[in-house]
Write a protein that binds this ligand. Structure first.
Ligand code: BTN
Length: 277
């Protein structure tokens, strides 16, 4: 855990809110659970929980997040945005954009955001976000941004069944990345995006998200609450829903789900006009 000195992280930082206190643990069940507990007890916005290892790292949809020691980043950040619960998905987009930007700055690689909040490099998952929220009377009391980044994990550390779909920065670059530098970059990017968000600039956020996601115009198949929805991605709307053109021409909004495929559907290919040649 020697590389995780809070002093070393703060030395790199220069932020006002995000990272104002960094709580570092050798081991936790889950940084999200710890940050949630701290937030409930009144810890301030911008406080960060980092662990070298998680014993029960949590992923979306009840999945586990692989969290071996000494190699990756497991980070949770407490935010207290003055927004309504219905607008909270924008916070998820913001965190995904900040994670993508930090990944690009540190590695020089071009990550892709897969809706809603996976980060891919060369079509393999390198990071995931699990954001949890407590609200009161329709307003957000706090949000926990939970971010897991496969930094230096080697292919051998990834279970066989996941090897074709998961990667790490190290696997993509061929050399190790400093976790402290990555964490600093991440907290700095979050600070910038969060300021912009609080200034009420959702347009900038949505544009950046669309740039990183490169999903607009693509054909996707999604699972959302046991329903399978197919369609061409039109845009992301200002409350974070994915807007699709369905094959029947209708417009569908998806708030949550998993993109299970992204390919051409025969019935949706543009018709080639047989005109005079
Ligand atoms: C996913 O892709 O399913 C989301 C994974 C989120 C993992 C991170 S690691 C830090 C934080 N603590 C957790 O228990 N989960 C998130």
């Amino acid at each position: 855990m020697n590389t995780f000195s809070p002093r070393a992280i703060k030395d790199h930082l220069g932020t006002q809110i995000i990272g104002r206190e960094i709580h570092v643990f050798a081991e936790l069940d889950s940084t999200n659970s710890e940050a949630y507990r701290m937030a409930r007890e009144g810890r301030r916005e911008g406080e960060v929980v980092v662990a070298d290892r998680q014993l029960r790292g949590r992923g979306r949809l009840g999945r586990r997040w692989l969290s071996p020691p000494g190699t990756n980043l497991y980070v949770s950040i407490i935010l207290r945005p003055p927004i309504l619960v219905k607008d909270a998905p924008l916070i998820t987009l913001m965190a995904a954009v900040a994670t993508a930007k930090a990944t690009k700055v540190i590695s020089g690689l071009q990550p892709q955001i897969k809706w809603p909040n996976d980060l891919l490099i060369n079509n393999k998952k390198v990071a995931g976000l699990l954001n949890e929220l407590r609200g009161k009377a329709g307003k957000v009391e706090f949000v926990i941004l939970g971010i897991g980044i496969n930094v230096n994990m080697t292919l051998e550390m990834i279970p066989g069944a996941m090897r074709s779909s998961a990667t790490s920065l190290r696997e993509e670059l061929g050399y190790d990345i400093s976790r402290v530098e990555f964490l600093s970059a991440l907290l700095r990017e979050l600070e910038g995006e969060y300021h912009a968000f609080l200034m009420g600039e959702p347009g900038r956020l949505l544009r950046q998200w669309e740039e990183f996601s490169q999903m607009v115009g693509r054909l996707v198949e999604m699972r959302s609450f046991k329903e399978v929805i197919r369609g061409r991605v039109k845009r992301i709307d200002s409350n974070g829903s994915l807007v699709l053109f369905a094959p029947d021409g209708s417009e569908k909004r998806v708030i949550a789900g998993d993109i299970s495929q992204s390919r051409e559907f025969p019935d949706m290919r543009p018709k080639v006009e047989e005109k005079e040649r």
